[in-house]
Design a protein around this ligand. Structure first.
Ligand code: HEC
Ligand code: HEC
Length: 275
């Protein structure tokens, strides 16, 4: 009787200990599992690449001159390529879409004699969705080596930031160009869209003030400030004057670093047309 109680107790304690151990190790096991899944996907992708893509893109994705471009290529991962073709999504989406649909129409400035074929069954190609995913994971895995090469070479400063001082001489601004910068259809000198229109939604005005009529309002905002000077300050030192009903620190504080003098002049010229 006592023996049975003792055995029962030991069994219970052991079971609880085991359960506890499994629970503690669950996140670690999940991570290992996910890592091995990702590893397997990249391996599958490598095999698919070997048999389907190397004839045109080369063994290491280094490209074959006159046949197909390099994929193991910093420009593909650092956003340069996406900018060239005007693609708004992520690198991963760009690769998935190109591999799935192929590229029946040559991209600007290229004249490869053969077209990039269509691979996804969704577009009439031979590969399943999971195989497309494997290929994308395999190509993305080059980011480390291709991207690393870029990180090692210090980026040459490509433009002179306009800075946050109001005492700068600005070139003549082009309002049409300024509008594209404001709307994000063109990028700032740092290569990224400004995103002004994302917050300054016309009419809505909950995140940021409505930008319509700014040229008129700007002249009345600050004692002794011309409309231009107020707009200039609002862009490079957003917290210098916080519009009533809105919060300080919401508008990005780094436009002085991201814009060239020309960028600022163009955007200011555009805002000055919004009477
Ligand atoms: C018949 C030759 C050929 C084969 C096979 C081929 N490609 Fe391509 N691929 C091209 C060409 C040519 C381009 C460039 C097309 C253009 O930009 O107009 C390209 C472009 C690409 C791009 C976009 C690169 C960029 O910078 O825009 C990706 C990604 C790509 N291929 C992946 C693959 C994958 C993955 C496979 C195998 C499943 C594959 N390709 C097989 C010829 C090929
Ligand atoms: C993340 C949201 C956000 C982005 C992006 C943003 N702004 Fe603003 N902006 C605000 C907010 C919030 C205010 C009001 C608070 C203040 O005065 O700082 C404001 C105020 C302004 C004002 C003053 C408006 C007035 O009625 O007095 C101007 C001018 C302005 N922004 C221009 C721009 C320009 C040009 C860009 C792009 C280069 C831009 N903003 C990007 C949020 C944003």
């Amino acid at each position: 009787m006592t023996l049975r109680v003792i055995i029962g107790t030991i069994a219970t304690v052991l079971t609880l200990a085991l359960l506890g151990w499994a629970a503690i190790n669950e996140p670690a096991r999940m991570a290992t599992f996910e890592a091995s899944q990702a590893g397997r996907s990249i391996e599958n992708g490598a095999a698919l690449f070997e048999s389907n893509c190397t004839p045109c893109h080369g063994k290491q994705g280094e490209g074959i001159p006159g046949v197909a471009p390099a994929l193991n290529n910093p420009a593909l991962f650092n956003g340069q390529r996406l900018k060239e073709v005007g693609f708004q999504g992520t690198v991963q989406d760009f690769i998935r879409l190109t591999v799935s649909a192929g590229r029946p129409i040559p991209s600007a400035g290229t004249n490869y004699p053969q077209r990039m074929p269509t691979w996804s069954q969704r577009y009439g190609g031979p590969l399943r969705d999971d195989q497309i995913d494997d290929l994308v994971n395999f190509i993305m895995n080059w980011q480390a080596s291709a991207g690393g090469a870029v990180a090692n070479t210090p980026a040459a400063p490509t433009f002179q930031p306009v800075g946050t001082s109001l005492d700068v001489t600005l070139p003549a601004g082009d309002p049409a160009r300024g509008e594209t910068l404001f709307n994000g259809t063109a990028s700032l000198a740092d290569g990224k869209p400004a995103g002004c229109s994302g917050c300054h939604v016309s009419g809505a005005g909950t995140i940021a003030p409505d930008i319509q009529g700014i040229a008129t309002r700007a002249a009345t905002r600050k004692e002794g400030y011309s409309a231009e000077k107020y707009i200039h300050e609002s862009i490079v030192q957003p917290n210098a004057y916080v519009v009533q009903g809105f919060n300080a620190g919401v508008m990005p504080q780094d436009f002085g670093q991201r814009m060239s003098a020309q960028n600022l002049a163009d955007i200011m010229a555009y805002l000055m047309t919004l009477k």
